[in-house]
Write a protein that binds this ligand. Structure first.
Ligand SMILES: Cc1ncc(COP(=O)(O)O)c(C=O)c1O
Length: 408
């Protein structure tokens, strides 16, 4: 049976011509996927790019981080500025107001919510508290799961999704006994829905089948829904709607509230697991500025409610513009506020450099991203006028095509 999942040695999902792309299905050992301490793991490096170009950050347009283009609103920025006056005092701890607002947004009870200074902190918290010996990651995906698991000494097994199937999991893929065995052998499973960097939501039946298999073997599943509230399936598709006690659901409010510089994230877990995690969370992890800003942002319900439709409209227009760019071979199906582009040639690094140096535009080059490769780029969906600038810049690069290595 063809499962669409890599099960053989060297059956890597994307380009074989990328460093680190040839790998075992079960990856054990340092740097097997390139997620070493020095790997280039993230977009959102606007400060580094501005310094390299000798520009102010305001002179750049950042499509490399996926942040809600409807925010932060002037009211949120003004509230954050006022809160700076409180910096001489300790922030409220626990941050009960933000926890209540987050629980209301997520439609769960407050005793199930653990807040963090960004979602990333909570990935590390869960790994540190559960101490998994073996972690199964559905990839290619966000690299912090692997980094956290490695940092705590876990073995890593990756269920690679196949490029030929647009990196998508079908329910039938999970009928394979070998896959079930790998889920059962894991102490923690990670999946990202919608997935970063590919952009698509998990097939709901596949996700549920995976959760059922994991529940049957008592394996906790960590479902990263950091981008789900950008999709039109929010909130119905959230795994928090299932009555699992084994699921751990992550949200990055950093993205939807548009405050990556302030940072706030939340876990939704069972009250029992919350009682384990809460005492292990550092005190004062949400400073006074983020608490004030997040409260105002959560209160802007119309902005949050408009986000999925505004994102879908902007994404469709951006896709239409990108479809006319000659060297973009394919746009992977996406449900969130970013797109994964496959280029006709393995020139993602060259193209990202030209966009940055010639147009002041940052996109995420996925050449070094485990499981992707030099044909892949990721771009955020931003406000329509910004998206038009990106398309124009790509058209200008296409009109003045220079081979990779020809300088930019
Ligand atoms: C899928 C996913 N989860 C979590 C995070 C981390 O979010 P935060 O910035 O809130 O730590 C990111 C950031 O890019 C992400 O892409």
């Amino acid at each position: 049976m063809s499962t669409g999942l890599s099960a053989q040695r060297h059956d890597s999902p994307a380009e074989h011509d990328t460093a680190g792309a040839e790998r075992d299905t079960a990856v054990v050992g340092p740097d097997a996927t390139g997620v070493g301490p020095d790997a280039d793991l993230h977009g959102g490096k606007i400060r580094e790019a501005a310094a390299a170009l000798g520009l102010d950050v305001a002179g750049l347009l950042d499509f490399s981080a996926n942040v809600n283009f409807l925010g932060p609103t002037p009211a949120v920025v003004a509230a954050a500025r006022r809160a700076v006056d409180e910096m001489a005092w300790y922030p409220l701890d626990p941050p009960v107001g933000v926890r209540r607002a987050a629980a209301t947004f997520l439609d769960v009870s407050e005793d199930r919510v653990i807040l963090g200074n960004g979602a990333s902190e909570l990935i590390f918290l869960v790994v540190a508290c559960l101490c998994p010996r073996r972690v199964l990651i559905v990839g290619p995906t966000f690299t912090e799961y692997e980094r956290a698991a490695r940092a705590w000494g876990a073995e890593i097994d990756v269920l690679w999704l196949s490029e030929q199937r647009d990196f998508r999991l079908a329910p039938a893929d999970l009928d394979d006994a070998a896959v079930g065995g790998r889920i059962a052998r894991a102490d923690l499973v990670f999946l990202c829905d919608p997935n970063n960097p590919t952009g698509a939501r998990f097939d709901r039946d596949a996700r549920d089948r995976l959760l059922d298999l994991a529940a049957a073997s008592g394996t906790p599943v960590f479902i990263d829904e950091s981008f789900l509230a950008f999709t039109e399936a929010w909130p119905a598709a959230s795994a928090t709607r299932r009555a699992d006690t084994h699921s751990i659901v992550l949200h990055s409010f950093t993205k939807i509230l548009a405050m990556p510089g302030l940072r706030v994230g939340a876990l939704v877990v069972s009250p029992e697991l919350a009682a384990v995690l809460r005492p292990r969370t550092p005190p004062w992890n949400l400073n006074c500025v983020v608490q004030t800003a997040a409260l105002v942002a959560f209160a802007e319900r119309d902005v949050l409610a408009e986000t999925p439709a505004a994102t879908a409209t902007a994404r469709a227009a951006l896709c239409a513009g990108l479809a006319g760019v000659p060297f973009i071979e394919r746009i992977l199906r996406a449900d969130a506020n970013f797109l994964c582009l496959r280029l006709a040639r393995p020139e993602a690094t060259h193209l990202a450099a030209r966009l940055r140096d010639e147009h002041g535009i940052l996109v995420r080059d996925l050449s070094s991203f485990p499981g992707m490769g030099p044909r892949y780029l990721r771009t955020a969906v931003r406000a329509p006028e910004d998206n038009r600038r990106l398309v124009e810049a790509l058209e200008a690069v296409a009109a003045d095509a220079r081979p990779a290595g020809g300088g930019a």
